[in-house]
Design a protein around this ligand. Structure first.
Ligand code: AMP
Length: 206
């Protein structure tokens, strides 16, 4: 089973993906993580991506689609994958149709006020990628692996407002694009509340 998680930044795609991975043993592919890895390794793709990411803009389709296509060729994708943060434009969705069969698209619906509230408090584990929020967790190390937490360069209010604008203009049209495979879930409550209907839905699809 191949799944897409669709939603604005901070809607909880990463957290939801981790829960699905645990129960359904699929691989999570986050294009944001792939770009951050490229930045860390100082690759050409990373250098190019950083200039867009820092402004809250999308990395050009050609670069993103090529990076994702290569990732999907790996053996670990054969059992099924969850795409977190891809596609983000109709052109990306059209390209994806040609390389993979997407069974379900789960849309996380979160009010933008809640998203802005979450934005500045997000902290990410530098090792395992676990996500925390300072509103509910004020330690500086990860509860799971003990590694230091960090604040992403693009997790500030100005960049988040840009990212929300980009989401409305470029990504929200995908809700119509995937109307035939869409499952909408409210994402403003706890991760457990959000995951419950998703788990039931996915079990029914197995
Ligand atoms: P994320 O970690 O998903 O919030 O992504 C962080 C940033 O990476 C985004 O704001 C974009 O600049 C870039 N990015 C991630 N995925 C994509 C994508 N599918 N298309 C274009 N840019 C992307």
């Amino acid at each position: 089973m191949n799944i897409i998680l669709l939603g604005a930044p901070f809607s909880g795609k990463g957290t939801l993906a981790r829960q699905i991975v645990e129960d359904f043993h699929m691989v999570q592919i986050s294009t944001g993580d792939l770009f951050r890895e490229n930045i860390k390794n100082g690759t050409e793709v990373g250098l190019l991506a950083k200039s867009f990411m820092d402004k809250g803009q999308l990395v050009p389709d050609s670069v993103t689609i090529e990076m994702l296509s290569k990732r999907l060729e790996s053996d670990d994708c054969k059992r099924g994958f969850i795409l977190d943060g891809f596609p983000r434009t109709v052109a990306q969705a059209q390209a994806l149709e040609k390389i993979a069969k997407i069974d379900s698209v789960i849309q996380l619906d979160v009010p933008f006020d809640e998203i802005r509230r979450r934005a500045t408090g997000r902290r990410t584990c530098s090792k395992c990628g676990e996500i925390y929020n300072t509103a509910t967790y004020n330690k500086t190390t990860c509860e799971k692996c003990g590694s230091p937490l960090f604040q992403r360069d693009d997790d500030n209010l100005e960049t988040v407002n840009n990212r929300l604008e980009v989401y409305v203009k470029q990504t929200a049209p995908l809700i119509d694009f995937y109307a035939d495979r869409l499952f909408v879930v409210k994402g403003q409550d706890t991760p457990a509340d959000t995951y419950k209907p998703v788990k039931t839905f996915l079990k029914g699809r197995l």
